[in-house]
Design a protein around this ligand. Structure first.
Ligand SMILES: Cc1cc2nc3c(=O)[nH]c(=O)nc-3n(C[C@H](O)[C@H](O)[C@H](O)COP(=O)(O)OP(=O)(O)OC[C@H]3O[C@@H](n4cnc5c(N)ncnc54)[C@H](O)[C@@H]3O)c2cc1C
Length: 383
């Protein structure tokens, strides 16, 4: 007889949520390599915990199986996802949902409390090193046995939270594939020729990501110029679209609400007033950005400068990498799990969270997936 009915590998967002959802009925253990559970969950949303998105739907995710992903989300509508937490939530105009108290650690505390009350055993500082059917779970503290195992070990983003991608070897050893991994929701490296002088400056832009001539996505938001390229919420959003491609370009449109002809008229007026070449966008744009745009236009023609304001291009050369990314593109393909997120290769092995090949855009979609997939597994294990 095994020690536990259910062993959850990884005490992050999905593992904790699953254990809380399983409740008292099951003899459950969470095995977490870190010193405490929910460390990443407590750091989400700049510490404010963007816990879900009211608009969550397959169109906001990247996966190999949109049908299965949709069905998981449909059975976990926002109200059901949030009902696991005792407390009030607030939704902003982009559908981003936060605890009303804006404290991510309160989400962790709530789930931990539920687990404690249900008698869930939590082992911290215990790293799973091997997984055998049956299940024999080898750890650096000894072997644990369980009837069922749920792989909630996350992806490869930000290893300081215990997620360095090494855990994928546990399921590779059981025959599972892991699709190529890429950092997503991350800063982008670009050519810096025209933005060297802009370090630390923030601008509200409409930004389009292109691959060749193909438009991948347009979004509007903050762009922050850095020594390596660009950051900011618009860039995080677009990183999802470019991370696994080569030859991508960003087209920044400064002043998206001002027309090109208005800009031309403004520049002509300044010329008539005797402004120097480098000052033709003074007052209209931040001074340093204005000078950079004029350098990029490489002309004092008003139309060329106005076009540069509307289409300031940066070539993407890469991302800042997994150490800075919020989420991992790739993982165990959804094609290798059933509708209940049970392995098609190993009976009794389930998956939830970022370990699966499903990542979302910026805005609460990734925690939403972690919780919705955990709910799907909880439903399967308690039916
Ligand atoms: C800084 C930051 C901010 C974020 N903000 C948001 C946000 O506001 N909204 C949003 O939707 N998403 C956000 N995300 C993404 C979101 O946090 C993750 O997608 C989510 O936590 C994934 O849940 P998970 O349970 O799959 O993995 P994780 O929460 O990463 O948990 C995996 C756990 O498994 C443990 N583990 C790994 N290997 C082993 C092993 N061998 N043995 C034992 N334990 C192991 C790890 O230590 C870790 O605790 C953010 C991510 C980061 C890094």
């Amino acid at each position: 007889m095994n020690e536990y009915e259910i062993a959850i590998i990884g005490g992050g967002a999905s593992g904790l949520y699953l254990a809380a959802a399983l409740g008292k009925g099951k003899k459950t253990v969470i095995i977490e390599r870190g010193a405490r559970v929910g460390k990443k969950l407590s750091a989400t949303g700049n510490g404010q915990g963007n816990v879900a998105n009211a608009k969550a739907g397959a169109e906001h995710y990247f996966t190999d199986d949109a049908r299965l992903l949709s069905s998981v989300l449909e059975r976990a509508p926002v109200e059901r996802v949030l009902s696991a937490f005792n407390g009030l939530f607030a939704t902003d105009e982009q559908g981003r949902i936060y605890p009303a108290g804006r404290q991510a650690s309160s989400l962790t505390d709530c789930l931990r409390r539920k687990c404690d009350r249900s008698g869930v055993k939590t082992l911290v500082e215990t790293r799973v090193t091997g997984l055998e059917k049956g299940f024999l779970i080898h750890t650096d503290k000894g072997v644990i046995t369980a009837d069922k195992a749920v792989f909630c070990a996350g992806g490869k983003a930000q290893k300081q939270f215990g997620t360095d991608g090494a855990a994928f070897d546990l399921v590779r050893a059981l025959g599972h594939k892991v699709t190529p991994l890429f950092p997503s929701l991350v800063q982008l490296k670009t050519n810096t020729e025209y933005i060297k002088t802009l370090k630390g400056i923030r601008a509200e832009c409409a930004v389009t990501a292109l691959c060749g001539d193909k438009v991948l996505k347009t979004t509007r938001g903050d762009v922050i110029f850095t020594e390596y390229g660009v950051s900011g919420n618009a860039i995080f959003t677009l990183s999802s679209y470019v991370t696994d491609r080569r030859g991508c370009t960003l087209s920044l449109e400064f002043l998206p609400d001002v027309s090109e002809s208005e800009l031309v008229a403004d520049i002509e007026k300044k010329k008539r007033a005797g402004y120097d070449g480098g000052e033709l966008l003074a007052l209209t744009l931040n001074n340093q950005i204005g000078r950079a745009v004029i350098r990029y236009a490489d002309s004092d023609d008003a139309r060329a400068i106005a076009r540069a304001v509307k289409n300031f291009r940066l070539d993407v050369s890469g991302t800042l990498g997994f150490d800075y990314a919020q989420v991992t593109r790739g993982g165990v393909p959804l094609a290798e799990v059933t509708d209940n997120l049970e392995s098609r290769l190993v009976k009794g092995l389930y998956f939830a969270g970022e370990a699966l090949n499903a990542d979302g855009e910026c805005g609460g979609y990734n925690l939403h997936w972690a919780f919705a997939s955990a709910l799907r597994v909880a439903d399967a294990l308690t039916k």
